[in-house]
Design a protein around this ligand. Structure first.
Ligand SMILES: [Zn+2]
Length: 98
């Protein structure tokens, strides 16, 4: 499990991120934030293909596409970068322990 906090530089809301690697591919991401743009994503755990998300650019990211549907300033929000960073760090840890 990897946890971190980020602050969106545009709206100043804090974003708490928890990532847990479920198996070799699947990461479970839990977000909490008061940011109105992220409310769609805060109550449900998101299941993402960790390796896919890491090797693919933003334009192909499932997570980015998901965020973009509900988030008005995702390109300048810390959410995407911070979550991706957390997935990467957590994945590194997972493979170290496995
Ligand atoms: Zn924001």
């Amino acid at each position: 499990m990897y946890k971190c906090e980020a602050t969106c530089s545009l709206c100043n809301y804090k974003i708490s991120i928890k990532v847990e690697q479920k198996n070799m591919n699947e990461a479970e991401v839990k977000l909490s934030s008061e940011c109105p743009n992220l409310q769609q994503f805060t109550n449900i755990p998101l299941h993402l293909d960790a390796i896919y998300e890491i090797v693919n650019p933003k334009e192909n990211s499932q997570f980015y596409r998901l965020l973009k549907q509900h988030h008005s300033h995702i390109d300048r929000c810390a959410a995407y970068d911070s979550v991706l960073d957390s997935i990467g760090k957590n994945l590194g840890r997972y493979y170290e322990l496995a």
